[in-house]
Design a protein. Sequence first.
Length: 415
Amino acid sequence: MSTYYRAAWVFPLNAPPINEGWVEVDNGVVTRVGSESTAPPEFQIAQQQLEVQDLGNVALLPGLVNPHTHLEFSELSTPVGDPSLDFDAWIAEVVKYRREKAAQGAEWLEETITLGASESSEIGVLGIGEITTSQSLLACYSKLKTRIVSLLEVINFSAEQVSAVTAGVQNYLAQAATSGVNAGVSPHAPYTVHWEQLKSLCELSRDFEVPCVMHLAETAEECALVQTRSGPLREMLERLGMWEESGIPLESSFQQYIETLASSWRALIVHGNYLKHDDWDLLGRLNSNVSVCYCPRTHHYFQHPTYALEEMLAAGVRVCLGTDSRASNPDLNLLAEVEFVRNEYPDLNPSTLLELVTVNAAFALGLESTHGFIGTNAVASVLSVSLTQEEAEASESACLSAVVTRLSEAQLVRL
Ligand SMILES: [Zn+2]
């Protein structure tokens, strides 16, 4: 049976704002939305019988989606190492932490993942793009309230291992499908994934129609590796005995990586801190299946040059915002990322800002039919922000501007 709700404002974000809006919900799923003036007879009957739940002077927004995190670091109270470390030294710290924790067994991993998922759902995150490093977590993921898209991390710089590794990933995707867990693939980064391995994972993404997520253009060290096949990351690979000449294409560029990722069913490039004009133009042209995830506070933590968010959006790049993990961020509060961006880019349109953590983030993970908007088939959990009488009566843009300044007060309401 349907239930009806009324609110002063509904911001579906994939459609124009609705003043004096109603939402019809059936069994935890939104079936219809509209304005009171165009309400169907069922809504009017419900209203006459006082069965419409009036939420009053509130603005409703979709629940959030965090497209990029590594929940295995959720137990950390402060980031790993410190930002003054060279990138390869920071990676070594992360690897050390992971190794120590892995020794504590599978139970610890499930606990820390559950902790991170709870932290996320408390602030209204309904979907998470999770980088998965263990294949034993499907049962854990399926128990969480937040929808997890488990992106299996692949680290393999050896041409010889490509087919065996791909077969393992394929097996995981099949297992995830039977467990009812959304999954995908995550070739880690150019310095850990052989070029042939990347191509093979993009193919798998296409075959299984699952997202493919890769860290790209994150650091100056990675630029040196991709653009000149040299620098500290190559030295690190050589030191570890992992370097292979064929691991990075001879005339390599970020554009080549972007074009290859675009051959996936859906690609998400994480960071993109060092991409340039030509790359943004290319990403703009590929926005029907390629997105970029900006992790604002992680970017700030490592003191990278200013992020070209506005230029990228102007070029048509489909950008979303993620937290990355507690290894480089003090918490997993996606609303704090929104707040950070609002302060750094005050001219950004509030609606565009919100799309980065809803519509665009859901699309990046392939969740766009159920998450990131308020409309038919969406999960019926929404964010509610209280409005003053004056705000409720203001124009849609004035109302939304007020809403984004008070997002931290938003309550998650399960309709
Ligand atoms: Zn990451």
